[in-house]
Design a protein around this ligand. Structure first.
Ligand SMILES: [Zn+2]
Length: 443
């Protein structure tokens, strides 16, 4: 492929005479083709036979009325006038008090507490240990912990008889991850939208208000910082959100996950080489390139959203323009702007499209400046043998078609007041180059 004289970056989008579009991901080099006439399938249809609901607050284990089925709460964010406040270590008696989003350990950890213990000699911080002791000293707290530990044990093929014969000490050992584990969930309050009558009326990230979405983001970012603080062996904390079963969610109740791992992500490793060679790579190869291809779908002062290219699934990308790399180093305004654009992308995607939201951030031990970005992938196709054999992925919606689906939705949502009013959409965007200020050379 001919290299652009201006940037030494090969073209990432090539349109063939028949309409086929070949895409290359500037970071992973993933090859993706979009072939004509496959893009018009309807996606994100509401379920055909919605069922009436009579258990709004108790539909799944993440629901508000089943709060004792989840482990003890690490933190929550609570409405306070127009704003909200994060508090830590909720006491069992206070669990039923009003909340907006809450943080608990995941009962079924991807990277377990014992992984950290056995491989690194990790021990939970003294503050978490203290909290566990206080929680267990309260009979209601102890009963809560033992009930959740029992449910976890039974799900992991321990029989009722085995549980009954276990010493309480061993039962309580199983509760350590609830306090000191490094795989957390951020749970939304609603399963269904307010006033829902059937089970198709789910509360997704896009049905939150922009303010609620900022609280959701704020609590997640706080949890991310906290996981790094609590576990010095963690090199990366992956934040993600699976929405609906085809995207890997076990419940259709809105939640995010944070998983600490002891390695840099493969993505960050691949990117590091490119960014060392060209520190401005994220501007040139991603956001500016998208601007030249008219793929910028929205922006505000501190963030920009583009229709991504070179992804296996149609993907919207939200990029932070902050000079700070880590989310918790963002100012409240910068965080709000990231949240507003991400919220708008979810709202424009619609509640019935299965999605993966993936956060990409600089690993904690990496010296290369990397901006925070969030990818929203529409899980609307299934990979098959063609992809497995060729490692060329067929994506049914090309980036321009993705833009054209999203932009009218954004305009409508803004007019209806359902997304932030401080968003520029498509042709209103400045598309100024080098808008990502992560690169210290631009300062
Ligand atoms: Zn639920």
């Amino acid at each position: 492929m001919p290299y652009s004289r201006a940037t030494d970056i090969p073209p990432q989008l090539t349109r063939m005479a028949d309409g086929t579009i070949k895409q290359r991901n500037p970071f992973s080099d993933t090859e993706v083709w979009t072939v004509p006439d496959r893009a018009n399938r309807p996606i994100g249809q509401a379920p055909l036979n919605p069922k009436p609901i009579n258990d709004h607050e108790a539909h799944c284990a993440f629901c508000a009325d089943r709060i004792l089925e989840t482990p003890p709460e690490k933190a929550r964010i609570t409405r306070e006038g127009e704003d909200a406040r994060i508090t830590y270590g909720t006491r069992v008696d206070d669990l039923a008090e009003p909340w907006e989003f809450r943080r608990v350990g995941n009962l079924f950890e991807i990277v377990s507490y014992s992984y950290w213990q056995k491989n690194y000699g990790y021990a939970m911080p003294v503050s978490a240990q203290k909290r566990m002791e206080n929680y267990l000293a309260d009979p209601a707290g102890r009963a809560h912990v033992l009930a959740v530990a029992r449910a976890k044990a039974l799900a992991a093929h321990t029989s009722d008889e085995q549980w009954e014969t276990m010493e309480e000490f061993d039962r309580l050992q199983m509760a350590q991850p609830f306090f000191g584990g490094c795989h957390d969930l951020i749970l939304a309050r609603r399963h269904f939208i307010d006033g829902a009558t059937d089970d198709s009326q789910l509360a997704s990230a896009g049905t939150l208000t922009p303010t609620e979405h900022e609280w959701y983001t704020r609590l997640t970012v706080d949890a991310m910082r906290d996981l790094y603080d609590q576990n010095r062996y963690a090199k990366y904390v992956q934040v993600f959100q699976n929405w609906l079963r085809p995207a890997g969610a076990s419940f259709d109740h809105l939640h995010k996950q944070l998983v600490a791992i002891d390695e840099r992500s493969v993505n960050a490793r691949l990117e590091a080489h490119k960014v060392r060679a060209n520190p401005n790579y994220y501007n040139e190869a991603a956001v500016d390139y998208a601007g030249y291809q008219n793929l910028v779908v929205a922006e505000n002062k501190n963030a920009v959203a583009i229709a991504g290219f070179g992804h296996r699934y149609p993907t919207l990308e939200v990029w932070s323009r902050s000079s700070a790399c880590q989310p918790w180093e963002h100012t409240p305004d910068e965080l709000r702007d990231m949240s507003d654009l991400l919220h708008a992308m979810h709202a424009a995607t619609g509640v019935h499209v299965p999605t993966n939201e993936e956060w990409y951030c600089r690993p904690i031990d990496m010296d290369v400046p990397m901006p925070w970005r969030v990818l929203l992938k529409w899980r609307v196709s299934t990979l098959a043998g063609f992809e497995g054999g060729t490692k060329i992925y067929v994506n049914t919606i090309d980036p321009w078609s993705l833009r054209d689906r999203v932009v009218p939705q954004l305009l409508e949502l803004r007019a209806e007041g359902k997304i932030s009013q401080n968003i520029h959409i498509a042709t209103e965007c400045s598309c100024r180059v080098n808008s990502l200020r992560y690169n210290p050379n631009l300062a």
